[in-house]
Design a binder for this molecule. Structure first.
Ligand code: COA
Length: 275
């Protein structure tokens, strides 16, 4: 039975990849991807990154095949002018929207229906010149707020802001063509909120979720919240580990069930628009 994904749900499939690149997965990465994907993997400089790219594509194909009856190998993808991938074939399944992220030691894929979605994950690591990067990449008020934090919190907040903005850009599919300071996130003890400059978007149309899928990774999900899902009071974010897919052997397993909310993942909260 294909897995159901109602309009008010977003499914996030995730996988910590450290120590996972076994010979079995390496061969799968080669078997389940197209010649074009194999060629694209070569653009990554290290073997680890190449394999991680292929594993991400393998899992994307496998996950999509959980929702409809089509083999993982049969999907073809196309990209928009800014590189955002989407389903090309079969046309009838283009209602499935996805966003993919792969970073050092971690891969995730977010799936929704008939709605754009963006996910970004980063490994929380020590960054030199954090203030300089924040001044360059964030809104002035965000960079100022960052400076007021103690060092251990500052590092984390930096990655929260980074993943939130990236997730938004990825949902919009516009790459870095949008000025990043025009989407502004504010977080204090009491609440989290965002503001979007009206020149780039309608502020009330978005939801943001922040997740901590592993001890050293943060992920953010962005999705437009409009049209057919308005009747639902709440969006549901279901988070599922990819390990299931791997253990049951990619491509041959029957569709798994939804594994439950926030399994092994801390949901750090939902950002709401400031009115
Ligand atoms: C490419 C970009 C979409 C994200 O890149 P990233 O964070 O380095 O990498 P991620 O692993 O999270 O995402 C890459 C995936 O996003 C998808 N993607 C690529 N271009 C995309 C676009 N325009 N829109 C949505 N998704 C896109 C692809 O699936 C890609 O994976 P693939 O090449 O294996 O198919 C883009 O936003 C970028 O270049 N960012 C640079 C970083 C930056 O300066 N960020 C500022 C944040 S404050």
């Amino acid at each position: 039975m294909p897995l159901d994904i109602p309009p008010h749900q977003i499914h996030v499939w995730h996988l910590g990849t450290e120590g996972l690149l076994t010979p079995y997965l390496r061969s799968l990465g080669k078997k389940l991807n197209s010649p074009q994907e194999l060629a694209t993997s070569k653009r990554f400089l290290t073997k680890d990154r190449q394999e991680s790219y292929l594993l991400a594509r393998t899992l994307l194909r496998t996950v999509l095949s959980k929702y409809v009856n089509i083999s993982p190998l049969s999907w073809t993808f196309r990209t928009n002018e800014n590189g955002k991938p989407e389903i090309d074939f079969p046309k009838m399944y283009r209602f499935l929207r996805f966003s993919l992220t792969h970073t050092n030691g971690f891969i995730a894929c977010a799936v929704a229906t008939d709605r754009e979605i963006g996910i970004d994950a980063e490994a929380i690591s020590r960054i030199e010149e954090i203030d300089k990067i924040a001044d360059y990449s964030f809104a002035p008020a965000e960079a100022r707020a960052l400076r007021t934090l103690p060092p251990e919190l500052r590092q984390r907040r930096f990655f929260e802001l980074w993943t939130l903005k990236e997730a938004y850009l990825k949902a919009r599919g516009v790459g870095l063509s949008l000025p990043l300071e025009k989407i502004f996130f504010n977080r204090d003890e009491a609440e989290m909120e965002y503001t979007l400059d009206a020149s780039i978007d309608d502020p009330r149309n978005w939801r943001f979720f922040l997740l901590q899928p592993t001890v050293r990774h943060l992920a953010a999900v962005a999705l437009p919240y409009d049209g057919h899902v308005k009747q639902h009071a709440q969006m549901e974010l279901l988070v599922m580990p990819f390990e299931d897919v791997i253990h049951t052997r990619i491509g041959t397993s029957p569709a798994a069930q939804v594994c439950g909310e926030y399994w092994g993942v801390q949901c750090k909260g939902q950002y709401k628009a400031r009115h």
